[in-house]
Design a protein around this ligand. Structure first.
Ligand SMILES: Cc1cc2nc3c(=O)[nH]c(=O)nc-3n(C[C@H](O)[C@H](O)[C@H](O)COP(=O)(O)OP(=O)(O)OC[C@H]3O[C@@H](n4cnc5c(N)ncnc54)[C@H](O)[C@@H]3O)c2cc1C
Length: 507
């Protein structure tokens, strides 16, 4: 066999899996369609500006963060610098603002001081966050895993069982009367899903807990620095990486992946179809795409079931290169969320129009220097808003969206338009083109409460994340576990663990 493991996709999940396995001495080969690794965890350069594509903030170390073991094993802390941000996020509404601390107790205290009439409800909210986080952690590390379909699951994890089908909007509505407090607590939920009444509370609580317990950080120099470091661990440990190569077919026979077929995406030799064999295959490429590429799956019903799963929302990002810092126009925070609240939040529809603005100059991110500043404006979006347009229609809509949101930016930070030196917009279509994530999905399968339990289909009782019928096909991506900087890497580590287990190599 040419390789022990072939990893398809060089996003954070694929990189983490490949790096962990290469460090264990396995012969690893990673295939990435792009000219650099990282997937969404990437930066790009335009003129003198370096833009961050997706990882605007990341969660820090805390006792429940399963990512810690990846950092330990790959010596991340010694080799990559993380910049601590001063707070979690600042929520802006109706000309006012409240900054939310990135610390569990401090956030509870600060919000209780501003909203004393909701003190008890705030205590219940943070208590549930703690309980959910603890149960999520326990349910993931328990050996053997107790799958949600197992009757024991409800006994071991009562919070998880109780909240599978509850939205964070419904929970918040029941618990709090103060609409403003609801807006503040849910401000960044729009980064997970655009409607709190659909967003599963477990997903929301687990994600928020990681920031409140470990603090909020940014990779010094941008997320590409991190992705490149993982790639270096792979090659330093004898692994190989083929950039600019796209996998086109996954050949399955006798319930095993036998080989994958791939070809160059650019330059000469584009016509030549190559193939590679391995004992194990880790799919960091999006799960729905993987099932399209498999030539013969032993259980077509299972595949049809997966095809029906909804995908998470996408995003549109406006990237600005600025001649002057945003703080000259009044900004004080790295992560700002502007909720155009009308203070009647009963249906939360205003969340769908909220925007995030990230300023890379508030802390020393390594992306800015005198005369070179950058910020992003992000709003959650759907591919369906863009993909039926003609090329002219697409261009036209991009212009309308750019003008509209740049006016918004200027209304939040008056005068900033004078400082704009460079400007680009990335739509859900851009995300599909760059990463092949279907629907331009930012987070894999949808975190809606109606869907949440389905994603656990990939949790087998005895294993991490694998196809049920193809034993050497493992998943390591936001689609197979949790999304985000940590979630995607933990997904990769779960695939690595499973392979080592099958090989009889201790973790
Ligand atoms: C706009 C936006 C903002 C976000 N903000 C944050 C944030 O602030 N903090 C946070 O923690 N998370 C954030 N996220 C989420 C986070 O970026 C993702 O969950 C995570 O990076 C996903 O990693 P992944 O490894 O699962 O997949 P991806 O990054 O999607 O990587 C998949 C890789 O597979 C490759 N690939 C696909 N098909 C093939 C093929 N056929 N052959 C070869 N290669 C292939 C792709 O090119 C890509 O490199 C954000 C996401 C978006 C889109």
């Amino acid at each position: 066999m040419e390789f022990d493991v072939v990893v398809v996709g060089g996003g954070l999940g694929g990189l983490a899996a490949a790096a962990l396995l290469a460090k264990k001495g396995l012969k690893v080969h990673l295939i990435e369609q792009h000219d650099k690794v990282g997937g969404y965890a990437t930066n790009y350069k335009r003129k003198k500006y370096r833009m961050e594509v997706a990882i605007h903030v990341l969660d820090g170390d805390h006792e429940f963060n399963l990512r810690n073991e990846i950092f330990d094993r790959l010596d991340v802390r010694e080799n990559v610098e993380f910049v601590k941000l001063p707070e979690f996020y600042t929520c802006h509404f109706d000309g006012q603002k409240i900054s939310v601390p990135d610390h569990f107790e401090q956030a509870k205290e600060k919000l209780s001081a501003i909203f004393p009439h909701q003190k008890e409800s705030l205590a219940s909210f943070f208590q549930l966050m703690w309980d959910v986080n603890k149960s999520m952690h326990a349910s993931t590390v328990r050996e053997p895993l107790i799958a949600p379909s197992n009757p024991l699951f409800a006994i071991f994890y009562p919070e998880l069982e109780k909240y599978w089908t509850v939205s964070v909007g419904a929970y918040i509505d029941r618990l709090f009367q103060d609409n403003l407090l609801k807006v503040v607590l849910l401000a960044n939920s729009t980064f997970y899903h655009d409607n709190p009444h659909e967003l599963n509370i477990l997903q929301f609580m687990a994600s928020q807990a990681s920031y409140f317990l470990g603090g909020v950080y940014y990779v010094k120099g941008g997320s590409q620095v991190y992705s490149n470091y993982l790639a270096k661990v792979i090659t330093d440990n004898g692994g190989t990486i083929s950039l600019n190569h796209r996998v086109e077919k996954i050949h399955v026979e006798n319930s095993q992946v036998q080989e994958v077929f791939y070809r160059k995406t650019r330059g000469e030799e584009k016509e030549i179809l190559k193939s590679v064999k391995a004992k194990h295959f880790v799919m960091n490429a999006p799960i729905p795409l993987v099932y399209q590429l498999i030539d013969q799956h032993p259980n077509q019903e299972y595949v049809n079931e997966i095809k029906e799963f909804k995908h998470s929302t996408s995003a549109t990002t406006l990237f600005y290169g600025l001649k002057r810092p945003l703080k000259d126009f009044g900004n004080e925070s790295h992560l700002n969320i502007f909720v155009d609240a009308r203070m009647n939040m009963m249906d939360f529809s205003t969340f769908q129009q909220s925007v995030g603005i990230v300023d890379y100059d508030i802390v020393n991110t390594g992306l800015c220097s005198p005369g070179i500043y950058s910020c992003d404006l992000i709003y959650m979006d759907r591919l369906s808003e863009w993909n039926s347009l003609s090329p002219e229609g697409y261009k036209h809509k991009k212009k309308i969206v750019s003008d509209f949101y740049t006016r918004k930016l200027n209304s939040y930070f008056p005068g900033v338009t004078e400082a704009i030196d460079l400007f680009e917009v990335g739509t859900p279509k851009t995300m599909v083109r760059y990463t092949s994530n279907p629907s331009g999905s930012a987070y894999g399968f949808s975190p809606e409460f109606t869907e949440h339990r389905k994603r656990l289909l990939f949790w087998k009782e005895e294993a991490g994340t694998s196809d049920r019928y193809i034993r050497n096909l493992h998943f390591g991506s936001a689609w197979s576990y949790f999304p985000g900087f940590s979630g995607a890497q933990i997904a990769g580590s779960r695939a690595a663990k499973e392979i080592l287990k099958q090989e009889g190599i201790p973790w």
